[in-house]
Design a protein around this ligand. Structure first.
Ligand code: BES
Ligand code: MN
Ligand code: ZN
Length: 503
């Protein structure tokens, strides 16, 4: 699919499908009125007949006989201007694309909603992201013919001004960059989705490593290092290796590095890479285990983000580290009551083998802190069901005791429209992690489970500026929206790229 900036009056564009977004009441929307005038009020008559009020999810389509360069018009409800954020724009882009494919259109021209000059480039970026995200399907294992039906849309044009007013050179460049950025971000999100959607039987620790190797191969500025179990043993990663010990799949520590010519700072991204979480001997019930291939979503996000960061460029040196393993049961698996020694020497008593993510991440954090020595580090993990209990399925929990870094991160998430909310790292809850036989135990009580997990990780982060993102909820969803089918979401990729890739 080709994306372009169309600088022509909307009424004149020759296209299979002209799509306009209507911000609430059509009689007050300037673009709606412009097009309505050209088709002799046929649009407002259709709106009236179908009770179209410009609410989001509402739409109207209309075959044009005269008055326009387009062969069809579609009006998508965009809701009130004040409520239209990045996620709503992505849905609009996705709806436009999906409608075009349903109608068998080869080309479409979408008039970007007028949200003000300051938001023009980001509006275009989010619309384009939506189109690429809305085209996503995980159909590798579907054999039926219509599951693989080819799509028709080839040309996706965006108008930033319905009257076709010529943009300034700077504006034109900004829109062009936004078209590019939107495609790159969404491709990385889609890549992460596929890594998550692939069954655990395929997406093993070695396969995650292979994905990272494929990304490194694409970009001269990216290198990859895969540490096998033996090397991790030498490094003393006793917590990480214990979790994977019950599996026949070898545990792998995946380390991707993006190095620009001159780096302003060094940032490390750490992803939870449990490719399947059975719970271990603290076995999950079947229904809770069913979707546990998603437990490498953090790894998928940080690895895929490197792809986009390397494509767009960054003035930061960026490291992505994922400690990948399977949490299974067998004669070799770790047990309740075991005492593990972590890479930093802390001993940990296991009172629940299902709290495995913090063990793998604890050692990954120590690896990053001591070997990479970043200025900042972030971890992304499907860590606790408790985080979903606290915030629901759509919102990630953010924990940090570094005020400035945490605020910068949340402000970035605000710009990308990924829902994130800070939870307090209340030190008083640390009491729950006390053990009589080791320095710590790996789980606390039921209440505050997302926070005790965060406090456990904090032990290993020590004084390195660090932000923990628990994405157990939003990493995978059973509810779809236009820009996001059910299953793996690629959550966090957009915010990571927004935080690190240069403009
Ligand atoms: N991978 C799970 C958390 C999870 C739950 C992710 C649901 C995605 C959806 C994690 O390893 C886990 O099992 N956590 C336990 C922690 C508990 C034993 C303290 C949980 O949340 O029940
Ligand atoms: Mn678990
Ligand atoms: Zn887990």
């Amino acid at each position: 699919m080709d994306f372009s900036h169309i600088v022509e009056p909307a009424l004149a564009v020759s296209t299979d499908l002209l799509v306009i977004a209507c911000l609430g009441d059509p009689s007050k929307d300037a673009t709606f009125r412009l097009v309505d005038g050209a088709v002799k009020k046929a649009l407002s008559e259709a709106a009236e007949a179908e009770s179209f009020e410009g609410k989001s999810t509402q739409s109207l389509t209309f075959r044009v006989t005269t008055g326009l360069g387009a062969r069809r018009v579609a009006v998508l409800g965009a809701g009130a201007r004040g409520e239209l954020g990045p996620a709503g724009l992505r849905d609009l882009g996705a709806q436009a694309l999906q409608l075009a494919n349903r109608l068998g259109a080869r080309s479409l021209a979408l008039v970007a909603p007028a949200l003000g000059a300051a938001r023009e480039a980001s509006t275009v970026q989010h619309l384009v992201e939506g189109a690429v995200l809305g085209a996503y399907k995980f159909d590798r294992y579907l054999t039926g013919a219509d599951a693989k039906k080819p799509t028709t849309l080839k040309e996706f044009g965006v108008l930033t001004d319905p009257k076709g007013k010529k943009a300034s050179a700077a504006q034109g460049r900004a829109v062009k960059a936004a078209l590019e950025r939107g495609q790159v971000v969404a491709a990385a999100v889609n890549r992460a989705r596929t890594m998550v959607n692939e069954p655990a039987g395929f997406m093993t620790p070695s396969q995650v490593a292979a994905e990272a190797e494929a990304i490194a191969k694409k970009h001269p500025a990216v290198t990859v290092q895969i540490l096998g179990a033996k090397k991790c043993e030498e490094l003393g990663m006793g917590m990480f290796l214990a979790v994977g010990r019950g599996s026949d799949q070898e545990s792998k520590l995946v380390h991707l590095t993006y190095k620009p010519k001159r780096a302003r700072k060094k940032v490390a991204l750490i992803g939870k890479g449990v490719t399947f979480d059975s719970g271990g001997y603290s076995l999950k019930p079947s229904n809770a285990m069913e979707d546990m291939k998603v437990d490498m979503s953090g790894a998928a996000a940080v690895i895929s983000a490197i792809d986009a960061i390397a494509t767009l460029g960054s003035d930061c040196e960026v490291h992505a580290v994922a400690a990948c393993c399977e949490n299974l049961v067998s004669g070799r698996a770790y047990k309740l009551g075991d005492v593990l020694t972590s890479m930093d020497g802390t001993t940990v008593e296991i009172n629940n083998t299902d709290a495995e993510g913090r063990l793998t991440l604890g050692d990954a954090i120590t690896f990053v802190r001591t070997k990479v020595q970043p200025d900042e580090m972030f971890d992304f993990a499907t860590l606790t069901g408790a985080c979903m209990v606290a915030l629901g399925p759509y919102t990630a929990g953010v924990m940090s005791d570094h005020e400035a870094l945490c605020k910068a991160w949340l402000a970035t998430a605000e710009r990308t429209g990924e829902d994130m909310w800070r939870l307090p790292l209340n030190g008083r809850l640390r009491e729950q992690l006390k053990s009589s036989v080791a320095d710590m135990r790996n789980t606390g009580d039921r209440f505050g489970g997302a926070i005790t997990a965060g406090l456990f990780l904090k032990t290993f982060a020590r004084d390195t500026p660090w932000v923990h993102v628990d994405l157990a909820g939003p990493a995978s969803l059973s509810t779809a929206r236009p820009a996001q089918p059910r299953g793996g979401t690629g959550f966090a990729v957009a915010t990571i790229v927004e935080y690190l890739a240069k403009r």
